[in-house]
Design a binder for this molecule. Sequence first.
Ligand code: ADP
Ligand code: MG
Length: 382
Amino acid sequence: MRDLITNSFLEIFSQEPILAFAPGRINLIGEHTDYQEGFVFPAAVSQGIWVGIQKNESNSANVHSLDFREDFVFDVNSFSPKKGHWANYVMGMVAQFKQAGYPARGFNMVFGGNIPVGSGLSSSAALSVSIATGLSGLFGFKIPKKSMALYAQKSEQLFEGLNCGIMDPYASAFGKENHALLLDCRSNSHEEVPINLGKYCLLLVNTKVKHKLADSAYNKRRAACEESVRILSETFPGIKTLRDLKEAQLEQVKNILPEELFPKAKHVILEDTRVHQAGESLKKGDLISFGKLMKASHESLKNEYEVSCEELDFLASESWTKEYVLGSRMMGGGFGGCTINLLDENQLPDFKKFISERYEEKFGIQPDFIEVTLSEGAHLLD
Ligand code: ADP
Ligand code: MG
């Protein structure tokens, strides 16, 4: 990729670029906990976005997307969002930098990557963070990683109109080889947990579906959590989000909340517990316990939080039938996207064949497989 970026850059702009990289991410466990200030457990992967960038003597940003084979030019002092366009991620970041007191001058940029878009690896966060890394490298801005993640989140919210959380850009910025990040979504700080999978590996299976329900259900679930907090705060003064409640209080919570709200609150409270348990298991190298937590997470997302779908449930339950699969669950917001699976590396061919045949037979779709390794976060390349 880096040669491709450099050569394209030379061809288009007749200059040597500096190079930056930012990865996509997975989430080991902890779904629908972030917006209740809970815990998540992401890790950066080796797939990502590469950016080549160099100054030009103007106020013009000349950007070329290799993957979309498209140019976009804007003035760094005056620009506005362009609905649904990839250039939003570039302009959004320039806007964030400017607002934070890091004004960019004109630049030339070429970028491209190998993250399948919309598959749950967060190509958009990788794009934002790679641009942030490239811009700060080019102009000598010394920006802390946490600020970079916050700017990326803000940029996507303002320029793409998406109410996204901090997890994706955070993981892309802070990722560490062979580690996952136990991230506290209240303090926006994390613990690095070393992950040793031995002969096991992580594999994503892409359902290749995205059900329409996803966006409206997301908003409804957020609203249900907020309503639960409102009701519960009469009995538990001082709680700000469901993160403030513990497993031991579930019985009480059940007695207070209306029947339709309780399962949603239960998911969030227990999922937070599972993230901590997963951290403990993985620190001990206890992959079997971690696998059980993955399964419990899936079942809770399916039955309590109700954000799974037929395709995800099918993939997870078929995977559970293989004794060499330690864990399988839906990853991400739900209603489509990928499952994440922990399985014996030597059985990859068997697993892929089995899942392909079963999924194709049931839904008439060939699933995609994405092998992932826990990798370094965003950085400049020399
Ligand atoms: P994801 O779940 O992968 O983050 P999103 O829908 O949030 O999917 O973001 C995908 C968008 O990010 C694309 O529509 C495009 O605008 C931008 N994007 C991601 N990867 C690339 C790329 N390699 N080149 C250009 N734009 C990209
Ligand atoms: Mg995204």
